[in-house]
Design a protein around this ligand. Sequence first.
Ligand SMILES: Cc1cc2nc3c(=O)[nH]c(=O)nc-3n(C[C@H](O)[C@H](O)[C@H](O)COP(=O)(O)O)c2cc1C
Length: 354
Amino acid sequence: MGSQLKIGGFALSIPAIEAGLAGYSDMAMRVTARRRGCPYAVTEALLDRVVITGGRGREKGLILSDDDHPVAGQLLGSEAHEMATAAKILKDYDFDVVDLNFACPVKKVMGRCRGGYLLSDPHQAIAIMQAVRDEVEGPLTLKLRRGVDDSAHAAEQFEQIFDEAQRLEFSAIAVHGRTVEQKYTGKADWDFLRRLKTRKPNMTILGSGDVFCAADALRMYESTGVDGVWIARGAIGNPWIFSEFQALLDGQSLPAPPSIAAQRAALLEHFQMAVIIYGEELASRQMRKMGIKYSRLHPDGAAVWRDFIAVKSQVEWDRVLATYYASDGPGRAQTSIADAADMYNSCTSSGVAA
Ligand SMILES: Cc1cc2nc3c(=O)[nH]c(=O)nc-3n(C[C@H](O)[C@H](O)[C@H](O)COP(=O)(O)O)c2cc1C
């Protein structure tokens, strides 16, 4: 089945994109996924002030490579003129699309009137969208949750922001089917996504929430009618989720999980690109948390997980690879793990999105 999904004029080979994920979705993770079928990716949320003035994490967050397109740079902020200035800088840095985050539920972000807070302040959210639209000629997208909470008032606020984005010709809106108040508890409301797409057939909607494996992606795509699936936690440590989704869309059965040799190749590639971003010393720490996620596909996952957790240097990283990934063999399939809240906790450790 061919994909109909287009974002800002970019036709995507499959109706899936790699999510913005604070602390994870850097150039290394994005390119590792692209080489395995991911057609489009979003950066982690970049604080507008950091983009404007420089500061911790700025350059790392802005690093792209030639094969990292189309890519959306995602912004987090509270002031319209700052968001507009930062959006312009992202375009100058060769980002194809600018994405605005009105979804992040992290307390520190909310407390500074950024992210999910803006869902409760349509006036300010709309001022930001308008200012960015005035400043940037290229495609814009938006990341929302389904509301601040479950109240009727929150539903109206969501609607106001959504409709204004449509009026301002935003190219797509990603909607996480949880409320801001829910953070990562409970289940994402896929029926909300289905009803939203039915009510707003002319807007390109990307559905988000509880997509942990390719079968989840297909289920969301088919049962809700969204134009594309926003693959978040399911892509961390599993760049094969995109080609697996492609196979399912084509009516094939799920391919065998990546072999240990295939996992080793991805880990090595991922590591090499992490070194370009962070330098050797920091790369092994960054890759420790990636390795932990990759370990779920290894038949000896618990032991690999334990050894990746202890990694503090490249020598130790190499040792884990030599111990567990030197000889080939079948991998283990990733199935739907609905309770992955532990991964969320690491979100707050990212300096960039804080
Ligand atoms: C560790 C972590 C970091 C996240 N960082 C971002 C972010 O920077 N930008 C964003 O739009 N969403 C972010 N999210 C939300 C995800 O993109 C996604 O919407 C959410 O996890 C629901 O999808 P899932 O249940 O399939 O993971 C983050 C989620 C997690 C778990």
